[in-house]
Design a protein around this ligand. Structure first.
Ligand code: GCO
Length: 458
């Protein structure tokens, strides 16, 4: 048995997002978001559900903070709902919305929990969408103003800020694939959105620097590292192109390398950039590459790609390791890819600090007759991925924290409530919370600042 200990002051935490847990969708002056509109549109959500109530966190937040405190969890990553604070997206500020987040932050600090605030986790005010949403450059400036409002109110107490959660989801998943709100399938629009989201990040960093002096500011990107299904050149290029589509399109501009030339060429060739990079204006790339203190890393799984062009001309995902384990999401469990990703981000992009802003898994374990939720597979997933993080740290990668996704089961976007990622089980009928075995396991791991690696995998 090997004892694994993380660095001193390693920041342990759990993550959530406003639309996935808060509910109170039209309470206390909250405006409509694109996710309210999307979820209320029949056929968009797999189980026909919405985030109208979700985990009722808007009302039950003291109980949820008490659970984190009881588990000794020292960090909490949450997002603020733009339409709760600025209902129309720009203009009038809803003080009741700001008051909610001030109560939450004060409650966290009183419980000895460090808040890590995400400004945008996909819930754009619908009124901005009605004016073009992120395809409109003006939305980037509206976001900067929103960041200004929030950081003026909370910047004295919140010292860790994430501007955007997963720009790939905000742009391509939502405007090219269409699985998320607003549900478009428009390549040129998706790439324009990606630019305006990155631009808004850079503009927001400036506001945060002035309103939250001494705070650490970053952005959270999601990654699914691509492996070629075979040693063939075709499969290698399929994997390389996927990484360009999913990661380098965002990483390169953020770290001062402009948009990746191979992907610009590919997108122009495919007709996805009919005006080339006309959406890039003078100074934009410098704004996007604003210095940040950390990179938030969201990791769940990898992709294995074979060069079998699918109708949308993207390489199809195939599982080259059918024997490997998959979670309830159908995602392959592959901690080795996590290890390699962390090394690549630091050594290839010279990222000065990494915080794991999301890592976790969905398994559909339910309470037994005694109320126990025996989620051993989640404990195994988290253990294996934390061992990979530790290996990366041992290899010189500056990982400063780990926020497990998620504190509690919640609304899993287009999949509704069919998935469960929490270390706390939520009964959506009674809103009763049940601490799963993994919650107690995480409590003990945090108390030890480490874990035992029960067997070496060779
Ligand atoms: C994401 C989002 C989370 C998801 C989680 C599970 O990474 O997609 O940040 O909101 O719920 O990742 O899919």
């Amino acid at each position: 048995m090997t004892k694994i200990t993380f660095p001193d002051r390693f920041l342990w935490g759990v993550s959530t997002a406003a639309y996935q847990i808060e509910g109170a969708w039209n309470e206390d002056g909250r405006g409509e978001s694109i996710w309210d509109r999307f979820a209320h549109t029949p056929g968009r959500i797999q189980d026909g559900s919405t985030g109208d109530v979700a985990c009722d966190h808007y009302h039950r937040w003291p109980e949820d903070v008490a659970i984190m405190r009881a588990l000794g969890i020292p960090g909490y990553r949450f997002s603020v709902a733009w339409p709760r604070i600025v209902p129309a997206g720009r203009g009038l500020v809803n003080q009741k919305g700001l008051d909610f987040y001030n109560r939450l932050v004060d409650g966290l600090l009183q419980a000895g929990i460090t808040p890590l605030l995400t400004l945008y986790h996909w819930d754009l005010p619908q009124s901005l969408q009605d004016e073009g949403g992120w395809t409109a450059r003006e939305t980037a400036t509206a976001f900067a103003t929103f960041a200004d409002v929030v950081s003026r109110s909370l910047g004295d107490r919140v010292k860790h800020w994430v501007t955007h959660n997963e720009p790939w989801c905000t742009s391509l998943l939502s405007h090219q694939i269409g699985l998320h709100a607003p549900g478009w399938q428009d390549w040129p629009a998706a790439l324009t959105v990606a630019h305006h989201v990155l631009l808004s990040h850079g503009l927001a960093v400036e506001r945060l620097r002035s309103n939250a002096p001494g705070a650490e500011v970053g952005i959270a990107l999601n990654f699914d590292p691509a492996w070629p299904a075979s040693p063939s050149a075709a499969d290698y290029h399929a994997a390389r192109r996927h990484e360009g589509y999913f990661s380098r399109w965002f990483l390169d501009p953020l770290y001062g390398r402009r948009y990746p030339a191979d992907m610009v060429e590919y997108y122009i060739q495919e007709g996805y950039l009919p005006q080339g990079l006309a959406f890039v204006q003078e100074g934009d790339l410098e704004t996007i590459a604003a210095h940040t203190d950390f990179l938030g890393v969201n990791y769940y799984t990898r992709r294995v790609l074979r060069d079998t062009a699918a109708p949308d001309n993207l390489p199809q995902t195939v599982f080259a390791a059918p024997a490997s384990e998959h979670t309830a999401m159908g995602w392959e469990v592959h901690p080795e890819s996590f290890y390699r990703l962390l090394n690549r981000l630091h050594f290839e992009y010279l990222v000065p600090k990494l915080i794991i802003t999301e890592n976790g898994c969905s398994y559909l374990d339910h309470p037994d007759e005694n109320g126990r939720v025996a989620d051993g597979r989640r404990i195994r997933y988290l253990s294996d991925h934390l061992i990979a993080v530790h290996r990366a740290i041992q290899n010189g990668v500056p990982v400063a924290g780990y926020f497990q996704w998620s504190l509690m089961d919640n609304f899993e976007w287009a999949l509704g409530y069919t998935q469960r990622f929490g270390i706390v089980y939520v009964d959506y009928v009674t809103q009763k919370r049940y601490l799963k075995d993994s919650a107690y396991w995480y409590r003990d791991l945090i108390a030890r600042n480490g874990l035992e690696q029960y067997k070496s995998d060779g």
